[in-house]
Design a protein around this ligand. Structure first.
Ligand code: NAG
Ligand code: NAG
Length: 402
């Protein structure tokens, strides 16, 4: 055991040294913090992969263990009562402001990120953000914990999220928590941004819920899984926090148990022939502003090379960018944050174009010195300023628009 620990420590130090010199773009603030954060993420990935290869534990079990270290206890404070409960059997954390309110309150449903395999409303960054939102806006906030991969694959994540949202939108529940049904926002980051987007599309286009969503707020969302070679995936392949390799690994865990899938995704050769008609929805040579297209050459993914024939690849609940224009037209006011140094940057940018093309009101903030996942690091020990900036932009937008 001692020797094993020493080995791990040795590996860790060596890698830290090697990774700490990874070039971080010069316009990124708090340079050293970001270097340490990125090195830690890459070391964890390396260790997880080693553990999996040696047979100690699965890669995702190791990463999940690390993320769990950041889980908070349920804690009310002088302004907000916090409760863990369930909505339609889906675990949720509720933040109810303590002060009296004469009128029904605004509400925010928050869907956390974590590549469909990790994470919880219990993570300190999300707990902090949701508490802050409840307090600053005097709003009811609901954090949703959907089932995670690889134990639960697509569409479990979507189904849990929409079940919780439907539960919340019942008149008796809205009344119970004193919520104004015309002032509900759904927000999410990364994979949670995908879930928030997909749920909003379903709610706005369906008849099952009497009320509609007033606004959606999406932070560096993942919005398509059919083209794995858009410009941001090329430029940020070895990006801060989230690399293309890690994204492919985690995505495959969520999609299917098939060892050949990651390889096909790396080559961008995994879509079936009959999906050709969908590529116009993610054609970045049309949907990306020129500034981001730069001199990248559009290459159509080669279709029908492999036969995964997985329905998820053609499903709008996994790639909200595949929604038709008529489905997009019904969407509410949308707030999108994209980050320059993020493999998912172009998903957000393309969604902005598609929404604007059909006349949906969009407020888009592109953060030139931003990178993926910043909201998760605004609490101890990093207190990342970028995360706090995003929080403040979001809160002020919400306050003015919800
Ligand atoms: C993508 O757009 C380009 C024009 O920029 C066009 O030549 C190409 O056929 C389009 N491909 C798809 C699949 O829509
Ligand atoms: C994929 O499946 C179809 C029909 O099942 C078959 O005709 C085709 O040859 C297969 N392609 C490959 C690359 O295996």
């Amino acid at each position: 055991m001692m020797r094993f620990k020493a080995l791990c420590l040795g590996l860790l130090c060596g890698l830290l040294a090697a990774h700490i010199y990874m070039p971080i773009p010069s316009n990124i603030e708090e340079h050293w913090k970001v270097m340490v954060l990125d090195a830690t993420a890459k070391i964890c990935t390396f260790m997880g992969t080693c553990f999996e290869n040696i047979g100690i534990m699965k890669y995702e079990e190791f990463i999940s263990m690390i993320i769990r270290l950041d889980y908070t206890q349920l804690l009310s404070d002088e302004y907000v009562t916090v409760t863990d409960t369930t909505f339609a059997d889906v675990p949720v954390r509720l933040y109810l402001p303590k002060r009296k309110s004469e009128t029904p309150r605004r509400a925010v449903i928050y869907i956390h990120g974590g590549a469909y395999c990790f994470g919880s409303f219990k993570q300190s960054g999300y707990d902090f953000l949701n508490r802050w939102t409840a307090n600053k806006l005097d709003a009811v906030v609901v954090g949703v914990d959907y089932r995670l991969g690889p134990q639960h694959r697509f569409p479990a994540q979507f189904e849990d999220t929409i079940a919780a949202v439907k539960f919340f939108f019942q008149d008796k529940i809205l009344t119970k928590y004193g919520v104004d049904p015309t002032r509900v926002c759904i927000s999410g980051d990364s994979a949670g941004g995908m879930l928030a987007t997909a749920v909003t599309q379903q709610v706005q286009n369906g008849l099952e819920i009497k009320h509609k969503i007033k606004a959606q707020a999406l932070f560096y969302p993942s919005l398509q899984i059919i083209d794995s070679y858009v410009p941001s995936l090329r430029e940020s392949e070895n990006g801060i926090i989230l690399t293309r390799e890690v994204a492919i690994k985690l995505l495959s865990l969520y999609i299917a148990e098939d060892e050949t899938l990651p390889q096909a995704m790396r080559r961008n050769q995994y879509m079936p022939l009959e999906s050709r008609h969908l590529f116009k929805f993610v054609n970045w040579s049309i949907l990306l502003p020129e500034k981001y297209r730069k001199d990248h050459v559009y290459t159509e993914p080669s279709l029908g090379t492999t036969n995964f024939s997985l329905p998820i690849f053609m499903d709008v609940r996994a790639s909200p960018l595949l929604a038709s224009d008529s489905q997009l037209r019904n969407l509410p006011l949308t707030y999108i944050i994209t980050c320059q140094y993020d493999i998912l940057r172009d998903d957000g940018l393309m969604y902005v174009s598609r929404l604007q093309n059909v006349g949906v009101q969009v407020v888009h903030e592109h953060i030139e010195d931003g990178f993926h996942g910043a909201l998760s690091y605004m609490t101890s020990p990093l207190y990342l300023h970028l995360g706090l900036r995003i929080r403040d932009m979001y809160i002020s937008w919400l306050d003015n628009n919800l």
